[in-house]
Design a protein around this ligand. Structure first.
Ligand SMILES: Nc1nc2c(ncn2[C@@H]2O[C@H](COP(=O)(O)OP(=O)(O)OP(=O)(O)O)[C@@H](O)[C@H]2O)c(=O)[nH]1
Ligand SMILES: [Mg+2]
Length: 339
């Protein structure tokens, strides 16, 4: 068996840290260990925390981790920063803010930054979560900034997704437009001690109330599309989960127990409606397709000479070849190379 994998299963933090570095660098070196650890995954509760910069995600993760520690659960934390390739600042900030968890051997904190593509980061994050899962952490918290598509992908790794809002960040409706309702299982208004918190809360609430159709669309977009194929419509109808809105003051530990309870409620809801497995199947399918897409494209680009590729791009630009035909042309070129 792979040495690092054995060491991780035996509880070595050093081995875990080394594997995480390999995963973060998208190095092939982690492949064997990941494969051997994979059968040991599937036990952790994975919770995603996302939201605009500075809304208090790290502070909330910190506070939640303390709640889980009080319940004697071990906690792994991954803070993902997809925004900047050289984000020493943010990472340092996270480390400092989470300092009060340092020294607790039941907590492991790791930051991850963009190396290559965002798609790569999504894969690396999934692998990192699996490593913490295999290492035996009861709860894995994944923090990621923003609500763009790539962040949604990252967050889709989680069983429960918390979207964090804060008052005074500008247009509330804007944030809602950005599609947060589609990914939120629990909505948090953090910085409830700040002016405007009640307005933000009201805006979100009314969106949600407006929103039986929204809630339904959310279920379909986030949880449901693929699961929907496999479940009768009335079952989905009965199972609509309207995300609770929880107000918190993360830095004063206020509302954190309510947040932990809302996460628990969501978990119970998934169990009760037999959605856990269907959702996992969907996550597996999405990941498999993502990985196939990346691998097939890499393979094609490796097979087709660069000048042929730029020739095709040139011909599209000259309106001699339409993009659909171009795909066929490239695949034919690849077959030519392979034969
Ligand atoms: N007043 C108030 N300040 C808070 C609260 N929660 C967090 N803060 C402060 O807001 C700032 C940002 O908090 P973070 O927890 O780092 O926020 P974040 O969302 O993780 O930030 P990024 O990771 O940089 O996007 C810090 O100065 C916190 O002390 C809160 O509930 N009330
Ligand atoms: Mg943070």
């Amino acid at each position: 068996m792979n040495e690092l994998a054995v060491a991780v299963l035996e509880g070595s933090r050093r081995a875990l840290a080394r594997l995480l570095t390999l995963v973060e660098n998208e190095s092939d070196g982690a492949g064997e260990a990941l494969a051997e650890l994979f059968p040991h995954t599937g036990r952790a509760r994975i919770i995603g925390v996302t939201g605009a910069p500075g809304t208090g995600k790290s502070s909330l993760v910190n506070a939640l981790a303390r709640v889980y520690r009080e319940q004697n659960k071990t906690v792994g934390i991954i803070a993902v920063d997809p925004t900047s390739p050289f984000s020493g600042g943010a990472i340092l900030g996270d480390r400092i803010r989470m300092r009060d968890l340092a020294g607790d051997s039941g907590v492991f904190i790791r930051s991850m930054a963009t190396r290559g593509s965002l798609g790569g980061l999504a894969h690396a994050t999934r692998d990192a979560v699996r490593l913490l899962d295999a290492a035996g952490f009861d709860v894995v918290l994944v923090e990621t900034v923003g609500a763009g598509q790539s962040e949604v992908d990252i967050v889709r790794t989680a069983q429960t997704t918390i979207v964090v809002e804060a008052p005074g960040l500008g247009d509330d409706i804007q944030a809602i437009k950005a599609g947060i309702l589609e990914i939120a299982d629990v909505l948090v208004i953090n910085k409830a001690d700040r002016p405007g918190a009640e307005n933000t809360r009201r805006a979100l609430r009314s969106m949600l109330e407006l929103g039986h159709p929204v809630a339904r669309a959310r279920i379909i977009a986030h949880h449901g599309r693929l699961a929907l194929d496999e479940q009768p419509a009335e079952e989905i109808d009965a199972a609509v989960w309207v995300p609770p809105v929880v107000s918190t003051v993360a830095v004063a530990d206020s509302g954190i127990d309510e947040l932990a309870q809302a996460i628990e409620d969501h978990h119970a809801y998934l169990q009760e409606h037999n959605m856990t497995e269907a959702l996992e199947r969907q996550r597996v399918r999405i990941e498999l397709y993502d990985r196939l897409r990346v691998t097939l494209l890499d393979r094609l680009l490796a097979d087709v000479p660069a000048e042929d590729l730029s020739g095709v791009i040139e011909r599209i630009q000259q309106r001699q070849l339409d993009p659909r035909q171009a795909v066929e042309t490239l695949l034919a070129l690849q077959r030519g190379v392979r034969e």
